[in-house]
Design a protein around this ligand. Structure first.
Ligand code: CTP
Length: 422
C-alpha cells in the first residue's frame, strides 16, 4: 500500500464518532476486525458489549484496538457521567454488528434493559444494524416484522449475507464481511450535504384505483425503494418532496410528504411540483388503467361473471419527459422478462436520463423485500449491472449517478427566481 493511499484511507472517517455495539453471537469475533478497520480509517470508536457478547470476545480486545474502556454494564464504575446518555450524545453513528434476533426484538419494542439498548433508545445518531443469526431465526416472521418496524423508523438494516452458518446450515443469516460493513459506514459520511441547494421530487409506492366505496385495484409495491431514495437524498442535504401512494412506511426525516391515492391524484401532485425541481425520480408503481366507472355503492355479487371496463391512466413519467427542461429525469422499470429491451424502450419513449430496471420475479429483488438487484441504462447508451444490495445502499448508487448528471445541468431550482443576490 502506498503512503498516499494510506493518507486517503485515514481521511474517510477522520474524527468520526462511532459507537460499535456488539451483541452475543458467534460473529462477535468479526466485530473486532470492524473496530480495527474503523479505527484505522481515523474514527473515534467506543464499544458497548452486551453481557452475552462478553462470552464470545473479551472486552480487553476491543479496549486494545480502540484505546478506550469498553462498556459492558449499566452498573459498573462509570467512565462518563450518566454513561448511556454520554455515549448516546457522543455518537454520530451507532453500528450494531453483529445484532442478534433478541437485540433486534428489544430495539423494535423500545426495551432498554442494558447499556446498549438504553443508549440506542437515547441517541439521535444514525443507527445501522447488521443482523447475524441462524436462517430460521432470520426468516421467522417475528424477526422480519421487527426488522420492518425498525426500517420504518429510519434505522438502516445491513441485510445478512447468504452462506454457511456456524450452526452447520446454509442460508441467509451470515454477518457480511467487515470490509463491506465498514464501506457502508464510510458511505454514510462521504456524501454529507452533497445535494444541498437541490430540490428533488420522488414518487413511491403503488396507486389505488377505486372500483366502489370499499374496493380498489392495486399492486404489490410497498414504497421501500422510493422511501430509501428520499431518506438518502434528505441526508445529503436536498430539499425532498415525496409523493407517496398508500403505504404504512414512516416519512423519512427532513422529507416533505404528499399523500395520494390514485394515478390521477399522483399526476396532479407531481405536475404541481415539477417546474421547481432539479430532478424527479419516479419509483412509484403507477396503475396504467383504472375502472372506467366508480360505483357509488358497494357492487353486489350476482350469479354470473362480472366484467370490468378499464380506462387508461395518464403516463406521468411520459408527460414529465415531454415537459422536461432543466430537470434530470429518472425512471424505474419493473419487468418480469426481457428486462433490457423493455427498459431501454421506456428510457427512450419517456425521454429519461437513466432508468433503473429490475426483474421483479427474482426472489430478492422488487416488491416487499429489503434488497434489490438492478441494471441501470443511460440515455447515452451506457449500461451498468449492479450486484444484489440493500435498497438503502442502492438509493446511494442512484443518487451518486444523479449527482454526476446534476453537475452538468443548470443552476439549482432553489436559487432560481430568488434574485441575483442568491
Ligand atoms: N409510470 C408513470 N405513470 C404511469 C405508468 C408508469 O409515471 N401511468 C412510471 C413509473 O413510475 C416508472 C416508469 O414509468 O418510473 C415505468 O413504469 P412501469 O410500470 O415499469 O412501465 P409502464 O410504462 O407502465 O409500461 P408497462 O406497464 O407496459 O411495462
Amino acid at each position: 500500500m502506498t503512503s498516499a493511499k494510506r493518507v486517503s484511507d485515514v481521511g474517510t472517517l477522520a474524527g468520526r464518532r462511532i459507537v460499535l455495539g456488539v451483541t452475543g453471537g458467534i460473529a462477535a469475533y468479526k466485530a473486532v476486525e470492524i473496530a480495527s478497520r474503523l479505527k484505522k480509517k481515523g474514527a473515534d470508536v467506543r464499544v458497548i458489549m452486551t453481557r452475552a457478547a462478553v462470552s464470545f470476545v473479551t472486552p480487553l480486545t476491543f479496549r486494545e484496538i480502540t484505546g478506550h474502556p469498553v462498556t459492558t454494564t449499566m452498573w459498573g464504575e462509570p467512565h462518563h457521567h450518566v454513561e448511556h446518555i454520554a455515549l448516546a450524545e457522543f455518537a454520530e453513528l451507532f453500528l450494531i454488528a453483529p445484532a442478534t434476533a433478541n437485540f433486534i426484538a428489544k430495539a423494535a419494542a423500545g426495551i432498554a434493559d442494558d447499556m446498549l439498548t438504553t443508549s440506542i433508545l437515547a441517541t439521535r445518531a444514525a443507527l445501522y444494524i447488521a443482523p447475524a443469526m441462524n436462517t430460521g431465526m432470520w426468516e421467522n416472521p417475528v424477526t422480519q416484522e421487527n426488522v420492518q418496524r425498525l426500517t420504518e423508523r429510519g434505522v438502516q438494516i445491513i441485510p445478512p449475507a447468504v452462506g454457511q452458518l456456524a450452526c452447520g446450515t446454509t442460508g441467509a443469516g451470515r454477518l457480511p464481511e467487515p470490509e463491506e460493513i465498514v464501506a457502508i459506514v464510510e458511505r454514510h459520511f462521504s456524501h454529507e450535504q452533497s445535494l444541498a441547494g437541490r430540490r428533488i421530487l420522488i414518487t413511491a409506492a403503488g396507486t389505488e384505483e377505486a372500483l366502489d366505496p370499499v374496493r380498489y385495484l392495486g399492486n404489490r409495491s410497498t414504497g421501500r425503494m422510493g422511501f430509501a431514495v428520499a431518506a438518502e437524498a434528505a441526508r445529503r442535504g436536498a430539499e425532498v418532496v415525496l409523493i407517496a401512494g398508500p403505504t404504512p412506511l414512516v416519512t423519512p426525516a427532513g422529507v416533505r410528504r404528499v399523500n395520494v391515492r390514485s394515478a390521477r391524484d399522483m399526476y396532479a401532485a407531481v405536475l404541481a411540483e415539477y417546474d421547481a425541481v432539479d430532478a424527479a425520480i419516479k419509483a412509484a408503481a403507477v396503475a396504467d388503467y383504472r375502472p372506467a366507472e366508480i360505483a357509488d355503492h358497494k357492487i353486489k355479487k350476482s350469479d354470473g361473471e362480472l366484467t370490468l371496463t378499464l380506462t387508461r391512466n395518464p403516463d406521468i413519467l411520459y408527460e414529465l419527459g415531454q415537459k422536461k427542461r432543466h430537470q434530470v429525469l429518472v425512471g424505474f422499470a419493473a419487468e418480469t422478462q426481457n428486462v433490457e429491451e423493455y427498459a431501454r424502450g421506456k428510457l427512450a419513449k419517456k425521454n429519461l436520463d437513466f432508468i433503473v430496471a429490475n426483474n421483479v420475479a427474482e426472489k430478492d429483488a422488487g416488491f416487499g423485500v429489503l434488497t434489490n438487484h438492478v441494471q441501470i441504462f443511460y440515455a447515452d447508451g451506457r449500461a451498468e449491472d449492479h450486484p444484489l444490495m440493500p435498497k438503502s445502499e442502492l438509493a446511494g448508487v442512484i443518487l451518486d449517478r444523479l449527482e454526476e448528471l446534476l453537475k452538468s445541468s443548470t443552476k439549482p431550482a432553489l436559487l432560481a427566481g430568488k434574485g441575483d443576490h442568491a
